[in-house]
Write a protein that binds this ligand. Structure first.
Ligand code: SF4
Length: 101
């Protein structure tokens, strides 16, 4: 049987474990449009703001979520091979866009 004293010792440990679990599932930092790599590729967090004058290859409907390099599935943000260590927005876009097969 768990004594009151044991219970009081267990609760903080369980809370700490829950916090660690939550932290482990947290998303990576997002790519900022001002990052050097983002600027070089014309990355925008919202494809609607893609520089259509500069990037003539842009076509309506293109966004990270439909790009072959996006690894986030249907999640609002996920990994892209071109931006290691950070997440790109599902609705983002960059000039390296490659339509999923
Ligand atoms: S390569 Fe694809 S997934 Fe990566 S930032 Fe550019 S459009 Fe988004």
């Amino acid at each position: 049987m768990t004594s009151r004293r044991q219970f009081i010792q267990i609760v903080p440990l369980a809370s700490a474990a829950a916090l660690l679990a939550a932290a482990g599932s947290a998303q990576a930092a997002m790519v900022e449009e001002t990052d050097a790599q983002a600027k070089a590729l014309g990355y925008v967090a919202d494809a609607a703001r893609a520089d259509k004058g500069k990037y003539k290859q842009f076509a309506a409907g293109q966004h990270c979520g439909s790009c072959a390099l996006y690894q986030g599935g249907n999640a609002p943000a996920g990994k892209c091979a071109l931006f290691p260590g950070k997440d790109v927005a599902n609705k983002g876009w960059c000039s390296a866009y490659a339509k999923k097969a």
